[in-house]
Design a protein around this ligand. Structure first.
Ligand code: HAM
Length: 420
């Protein structure tokens, strides 16, 4: 039997409602804050990701699904959404037409990582990119926006870890400083970090191995070595995030697994997620547009992992997805009633009332069971007697109350109770 590929999964009815719930909360907040949806292709030229994410990163080195197509073009499934959005911004002339633009996206991303709890090969992100401003208020805005989505979803107990990795010069200085500080402990570093030491020492700060953590733990943190301008920017970002109170923690050793960041970087973590504790992450990427062939442009964004948000909700509320009661299930007895039932069904649907019917001409009992399974708020029974009198028997499935009403008044009668 053919099965879904390792690290991917089907999202089935009963489960998919969780996704709709989270996606719609994110969409509401994005739109509230003036972000417009963008949908970019799932496949892109591999070079887009090499140039943006960085060729020394784990994503580019080990985790991309890449292949050459029939025209010998190097193609990759998108491992993230930022580079495609910037590519689309440039390719569609937004830089000339509108300048400052705020985009959001929701969709699947692909990384060939070792599947484990909280880490899959196809996962889903909801993210934003605000393009065309260097303002520190915007760095704060996207972090507050992220927090608003979590608040809307009723998720508490998250922590926003914040840092600044400065400009390219600051990073070069800090890399130099790190190299000097670590040089005499090189042999105590893990194998990966020994290679990071040569290629990108900053990434040593991100190593999860205790021995490496201990080596860097006492080193001066990045914000202490920033240039004046980057330092001022960081102060403004922090000032505007005071509203987060204890949910904000400055972590001077926070670095990211993607090379494109400048200045602000952040990660939102939650203790219920275990080892893979990041619900989402982001920051500023002021060099990326030029890297992709555009003019130097201020960009700031984040991506939230939808799979992980769902995991938190599942472990904090008893009933998730919240049961949505559907409108009316029509129960008909006999052929004439069935024909009338179909007419009523489409009348209800045209009025925006969710409704369904049994297709198999089953017994009254079986149809009532189907009404229950459908999760309907009402059932409406239509038999020979009802047809003759032009009425319908309406049963409130919550209270069990039953009454006969005229067919014409059905929609008016139920709509208020379905909060339409
Ligand atoms: P990222 O940190 O690579 O950043 O991913 C963001 C979030 O996606 C993670 O915090 C996590 O919740 C989720 N995620 C990543 N990989 C997996 C996986 N294998 N399985 C499940 N969830 C995963 C980015 O992707 C940047 N593009 C964020 C950004 C946008 N920066 C600026 N703009």
């Amino acid at each position: 039997m053919i099965k879904a590929i390792k690290g991917t999964k089907d999202i089935l009815p009963g489960e998919v409602e969780k996704w709709q719930y989270v996606e719609s909360a994110a969409r509401d907040v994005f739109q509230l804050c003036g972000y417009n949806e963008i949908r970019t292709p799932i496949i892109e030229e591999t070079s887009l990701f090499i140039r943006s994410i960085g060729d020394a990163t784990d994503i580019v080195q080990k985790e991309m699904y890449s292949f050459s197509d029939k025209g010998e073009r190097q193609i990759s499934l998108r491992p993230e959404g930022t580079a495609p959005v910037l590519r689309a911004y440039l390719e569609n002339g937004f830089d000339r037409r509108s300048g400052f633009s705020k985009f959001y996206y929701i969709g699947p991303m692909f990384r060939s990582e070792k599947p484990q709890a909280g880490r899959s090969r196809q996962f889903h992100q909801a993210g934003v990119e605000a393009i065309g401003s260097y303002s520190p208020y915007l760095d704060a805005e996207i972090i507050l926006l992220f927090a608003s989505i979590l608040d809307k979803l009723g998720i508490n107990g998250y922590l926003v870890k914040l840092n600044s990795v400065g400009c390219s010069k600051d990073r070069a200085n800090y890399n130099h400083f790190l190299k000097n500080g670590i040089e005499n402990r090189l042999n105590d570093l893990c194998e990966d970090c020994r290679s990071r030491f040569l290629r990108n020492p900053l990434r040593i700060l991100d190593c999860k191995k205790e021995s490496c953590k201990e080596i860097v733990s006492n080193l001066t943190s990045m914000p202490d070595l920033l240039c004046d301008e980057c330092s001022k920017h960081f102060e403004k970002v922090k000032e505007n995030l005071k509203i987060l109170g204890n949910s904000l923690q400055v972590d001077g050793h926070l670095v990211r697994g993607l090379d494109y960041y400048t200045r602000t970087v952040f990660e939102v973590v939650h203790p219920l997620l275990g080892a893979q504790d990041a619900i989402g992450a982001g920051g500023r990427l002021d060099n990326l547009m030029a890297e992709l062939g555009g003019a130097e442009t201020g960009v700031v964004g984040f991506a939230m992992g939808i799979d992980r948000v769902i995991k938190i909700k599942e472990s904090t509320v008893e009933q998730f997805p919240y049961k949505r009661s559907s409108g009316i299930f029509l129960v008909t007895i006999g052929e004439e009633a069935y024909k009338k039932g179909i007419e009523i069904l489409w009348m209800l649907r045209r009025r925006g009332i969710s409704s369904d019917i049994d297709y198999e001409e089953r017994s009254l009992k079986a149809q009532m069971r189907a009404a229950d399974k459908y999760g309907s708020r009402f059932s409406a029974i239509l038999g020979e007697d009802e047809l003759r009198q032009n009425v319908i028997t309406l049963k409130d499935m919550q209270s069990g109350e039953q009454s006969q009403i005229s067919m014409d008044s059905l929609a008016e009668k139920v709509a208020p109770k379905l909060s339409l």
